[in-house]
Design a protein around this ligand. Structure first.
Ligand code: MF3
Ligand code: CO
Ligand code: CO
Length: 256
């Protein structure tokens, strides 16, 4: 299947995986404080996924990725590697991206956390990026096109004088981590694949305060902004329903 359409039974398994991934993000929040290392956040998430949820951290060993979650701080766009040497400090913004496998099916989600009280401009970038995700989710239903999704994200980001990262995208997801289609976070209305009931995919906009360009560090993973200004990202896994969308990775604090 190339268009990511799943059966209700398959979506039920993704609902379970998605809820677990969301619960990891809920669990880790209280530990995101000044002085903690991203290594400690990784260890707590790993142990929770493996021992409490009896699930598998999908990132660990994926294409050689060495840790169980991605921790992307400040100018890091995505795929930051947790490390004992990365100590969070007051004013940082951090994305934690969690993907779990349960019973062979994937749930992939990320959110931004504040360390202490970041500068107003940083808080605003985080808020507008979340709005980009939510505005995209609002239009997901059968008949919407992938270009429509990209367009609403790009419009909202650029209206706020931010830029959309073009080098990374959302993706189909199911019993494979990354499958077709690619979900671009920019685009033209009415173009691209038409959404159908049963499709499952992520939307995960990465929005930069400055220029859209990215560069991968020598560790082979960490993607940073070329201008070293801030970047933010939020991600959900979802399924297209007969008349809208079900967010498979919704957290308690969210109402869809
Ligand atoms: N969770 C990321 C995504 O949203 C993928 C991380 S791959 C890793 O698609 F290897 F960096 F963990
Ligand atoms: Co993803
Ligand atoms: Co992810």
């Amino acid at each position: 299947m190339t268009n990511a359409v799943k059966t209700p039974e398959q979506i039920a398994k993704m609902r379970t995986a998605g809820r677990l991934a969301a619960e990891v993000l809920e669990m880790i929040g209280e530990y995101v404080v000044p002085g903690v290392t991203t290594e400690e956040l990784d260890r707590r998430c790993h142990d929770y996924i493996v021992n409490v949820q009896e699930a598998i951290p999908a990132c660990l060993g994926y294409r050689g990725f060495p840790k169980s979650i991605c921790t992307s701080v400040n100018e890091v766009i995505c795929h930051g590697i947790p490390s004992e040497s990365k100590v969070l400090k007051k004013g940082d913004i951090i994305n934690i991206d969690v993907t779990v496998i349960k019973d062979g099916w994937y749930g992939d989600t990320s959110k931004m956390y504040f360390v202490g009280k970041p500068a107003a401009h940083a808080q605003r970038l985080v808020k507008v990026t979340q709005e980009c995700l939510y505005k995209a989710i609002e239009i997901v239903r059968p008949g919407t096109t992938l270009g429509d999704i990209g367009h609403v994200i790009q419009q909202h980001a650029e209206k706020n004088y931010y830029s959309v990262v073009k080098d990374f995208c959302g993706h189909g997801i199911g019993d494979v981590f990354h499958e077709d289609p690619q979900i671009l976070h920019y685009g033209k209305p009415g173009t691209g694949q038409v959404l159908e009931e049963g499709m499952t995919f992520t939307i995960e906009p990465m929005i930069n305060a400055g220029k859209p360009g990215s560069r991968v560090l020598r560790d082979g993973w960490t993607a940073v902004t070329v201008d070293r200004r801030l970047s933010a990202q939020w991600e959900h896994t979802m399924a297209v329903t007969s008349d809208g969308v079900e967010i498979l990775t919704a957290r308690k604090e969210e109402s869809f």
